[in-house]
Design a protein around this ligand. Structure first.
Ligand code: SF4
Length: 306
C-alpha cells in the first residue's frame, strides 16, 4: 500500500516532513547521546502519590524550590488518605512560598477523590488520572512515565523546544509535538528517556541554547539551517513566554492576602493598610478571586483559610 507524502504513514500523521526512518534514527540518537543529569529527590522514588505531588508542584514552581518543599509536604501528607484527612486549610498552609495556590486546593481535592473513588490508591490509567482535579494531559503522562514506568512521552516546554529545533526544524502544534515525542520513546526506556529529555531542555537546549558542544548538533535541523531566523521554538505551542514581573503584581498581592489568612489572627487592619497602599478596589477584587478559588473565607475577623 502506498501512502502520500514520502510513502510514509508516519509523515502523513503529523504533516511534518519526517519519515519513519528519520524518527527511528532520532530515537536512537537521543537514546545514545542524551542521559539523565540531575539527581532530584523525586527521581529516587516510584511512589505514585509522591510523583503526583512533585508534578503538581513543578507545574508552576522552579525546581530548586520544589526540591526543598517536596519532602516537607510528603512528611506532612505521606498518602492521599493523610492529605484528605488533614483538610484543605492544612494543605494551603503547607503550600506557603510555592505560589499559584489554586494548585494546593486542587491537590487536596485530588486526594479526597482518590480516597473516595480509588480506595486511596493513585490510579494507573490515563483516563482515571485525567479525571482528578488539577491533572491535565501533561501531568497524567508524567505520572504514568515516572511512577508506573510506562513508555509514554512527557512533553513540557523544554521537550517541545528540543523537538521543534532539533527534530522538526519548524514550529510545532501541541499535537505534533506529542506525536513526534511518542515515536521517540524506545520500548521499556520511557522513564530514563523522558528524564533525559527534560534535563537536556533545561540544561543544553534552553531558551538561549548552548549549541557549542551539544551532542545533537550535527543532526539538529535548526543548526543545519545555520540557525535561520526565527527560532522554531519561538512559535511552538507550549514553549514558555517570559513571565510578568512579580513585584507589584496581582500575584504578589494575592500572596500577601493569603499570608494574612494563613497567620490565623484578626487581619481587618492589615487589609485596610493594603488597600491604602495599592487601592481598595484592587484589594477587594483580589479577595473575591481568592474566595472564588475556594482558598479563603471572609469573616467578621477578616480573612481565614477555608
Ligand atoms: S544544536 Fe542547539 S538548538 Fe540544536 S539541539 Fe543542540 S542545543 Fe538545541
Amino acid at each position: 500500500m502506498r501512502f502520500p507524502n514520502d510513502c510514509d504513514p508516519m509523515a502523513s500523521k503529523t504533516g511534518i516532513d519526517l519519515t519513519a526512518r528519520q524518527r527511528s534514527r532520532w530515537a536512537t540518537l537521543i537514546d545514545e547521546r542524551i542521559s539523565v543529569q540531575r539527581d532530584l529527590p523525586w527521581r529516587r522514588t516510584r511512589d505514585p502519590w509522591g510523583i503526583l505531588v512533585s508534578e503538581v508542584m513543578l507545574q508552576q514552581t522552579q525546581v530548586d524550590r520544589v526540591r526543598h518543599a517536596w519532602p516537607l509536604f510528603l512528611a506532612s501528607f505521606p498518602t492521599p488518605s493523610a492529605c484528605a484527612e488533614k483538610g484543605q486549610a492544612a494543605v494551603v498552609r503547607q503550600w506557603e512560598g510555592m505560589g499559584y495556590h489554586r494548585r494546593a486546593v486542587a491537590l487536596y481535592r485530588c486526594a479526597v477523590k482518590i480516597v473516595e473513588e480509588f480506595e486511596g490508591i493513585v490510579p494507573e490509567s490515563e483516563a482515571a488520572l485525567r479525571s482528578l482535579p488539577g491533572i491535565g494531559p501533561y501531568t497524567a503522562n508524567a505520572i504514568l512515565a515516572f511512577a508506573f514506568e510506562r513508555d509514554v512521552a512527557v512533553v513540557d516546554t523544554n521537550v517541545a523546544r528540543i523537538l521543534s529545533r532539533a527534530v522538526a526544524g519548524t514550529p510545532l502544534t501541541q499535537r505534533q509535538s506529542q506525536e513526534i515525542a511518542d515515536d521517540l520513546v524506545k520500548a521499556n526506556k520511557g522513564w530514563a528517556h523522558n528524564q533525559a529529555m527534560l534535563d537536556f531542555g533545561a540544561m543544553v537546549c534552553r531558551s538561549s541554547p548552548l549549541c557549542d558542544g551539544c551532542p545533537l548538533k550535527k543532526s539538529c535541523r535548526w543548526a543545519r539551517s545555520g540557525f535561520a531566523d526565527p527560532d522554531p521554538a519561538s512559535k511552538t505551542a507550549g514553549t514558555a513566554r517570559p513571565q510578568a514581573a512579580f513585584a507589584g503584581s496581582d500575584r504578589q498581592i494575592r500572596g500577601k492576602l493569603l499570608s494574612l489568612a494563613r497567620a490565623g489572627r484578626q487581619n481587618l487592619e492589615d487589609i485596610s493598610e493594603l488597600e491604602k497602599e495599592v487601592g481598595e478596589l484592587r484589594v477587594q477584587r483580589l479577595i473575591s478571586s481568592l474566595v472564588d478559588d475556594a482558598l479563603v473565607k471572609v469573616t467578621a475577623r477578616g480573612l481565614v483559610l477555608r
